[in-house]
Design a protein around this ligand. Structure first.
Ligand code: HEC
Ligand code: HEC
Length: 247
């Protein structure tokens, strides 16, 4: 008799109460027995996340790639980029974004989601995570070109055509229309979203993550700073629709 009622109760519990029990038990996961959440299980408020990896994964990796490369936006995980980019630029671009490009401003006073301290963690973390100790790639004795445009207007698009034929056409085609090696770089929709500074930077660093070599490693003399300006002037001309044959 006693046995029957014991199993009867157990059956009653398992048939009707156990889903409720399981639910209420699961509500205790992450709590101590008084029902308060454990300190370490409480979600960290977004403003208190101060580690580089989660900040980068949440706010940057979608465009710049999960490990700072292989994304649509220019890679940060790049030895030449880190050798030439000033600290101040890393910080300022993250805080203020780049007008007229997809790069958003992250500072709160510019409508972004990050505190000044978090922006500092990102700017420092990009360098400390990805700048190799043995930092300079082989420059064929030419030294590294400067990150900055010496003068945005100092480029000459016609001189740029010569540099393009020598350094770029094998992959991007004679008029920048693309080949099976690489896509078009005279595409106005692409160029409209890319600043001159980004074009300069891509010409210097290449896109090693996609197989585009840097300006120093091509199998001919490295591009000079002037030639890089000339190439930017040519791409800027294409951005405005020059040479597109009615396209
Ligand atoms: C919506 C896409 C997007 C997101 C998100 C984004 N970026 Fe960018 N970022 C870009 C693009 C595109 C550029 C190039 C802009 C240009 O044309 O100059 C850029 C440029 C930069 C540059 C300058 C690179 C150079 O070559 O001069 C830095 C530094 C940078 N981003 C850092 C960050 C950091 C750090 C985050 C996260 C907090 C971030 N970005 C999030 C799209 C993005
Ligand atoms: C060995 C082949 C090769 C050479 C040489 C080369 N590129 Fe590229 N380039 C690529 C590849 C691959 C990409 C990745 C995207 C694609 O497939 O178009 C690329 C991308 C680009 C982009 C877009 C970058 C981006 O982040 O979306 C620009 C701008 C560009 N190249 C300009 C140039 C210029 C200017 C030269 C000459 C100084 C040059 N490239 C030389 C292969 C090359």
């Amino acid at each position: 008799m006693a046995e029957t009622s014991y199993f009867g109760i157990w059956k009653f519990v398992s048939d009707s109460l156990s889903p409720i029990l399981l639910l209420s038990l699961s509500a205790f996961v992450g709590c101590d027995w008084t029902g308060k959440p454990k300190e370490e299980d409480r979600p960290v408020p977004a403003e208190r996340v101060m580690e580089f990896a989660p900040l980068y994964a949440t706010h940057c990796a979608g465009c710049h790639g999960p490990d700072g490369k292989n994304g649509p936006a220019p890679p940060h995980n790049d030895a030449i980029f880190l050798a030439i980019v000033p600290d101040e630029v890393l910080h300022r671009v993250v805080a203020e974004g780049r007008n007229g490009t997809p790069m958003p401003a992250f500072a709160k006073d510019k409508g972004g989601a990050l505190t000044e301290a978090q922006i500092e963690v990102l700017a420092k973390g990009i360098r400390s995570s990805w700048q190799p100790a043995n930092r300079l790639p082989d420059t064929q004795g030419s030294g590294l070109p400067s990150y900055w445009l010496a003068d945005a207007k100092s480029g000459d698009k016609d001189a740029g055509r010569k540099a393009f034929a020598r350094s770029c056409a094998e992959c991007h085609g004679k008029d920048g229309k693309g080949t099976k090696e690489a896509g078009a770089v005279n595409d106005r929709a692409f160029l409209a979203l890319a600043s001159d500074q980004m074009l300069r930077r891509i010409i210097i660093t290449g896109r090693p993550d996609f197989g585009m070599p840097n300006a120093l490693k091509r199998d001919h003399p490295p591009l000079t700073s002037q030639e890089i300006n000339d190439l930017v002037a040519l791409l800027a001309y294409w951005r405005l629709g020059g040479d597109t044959n009615g396209k």
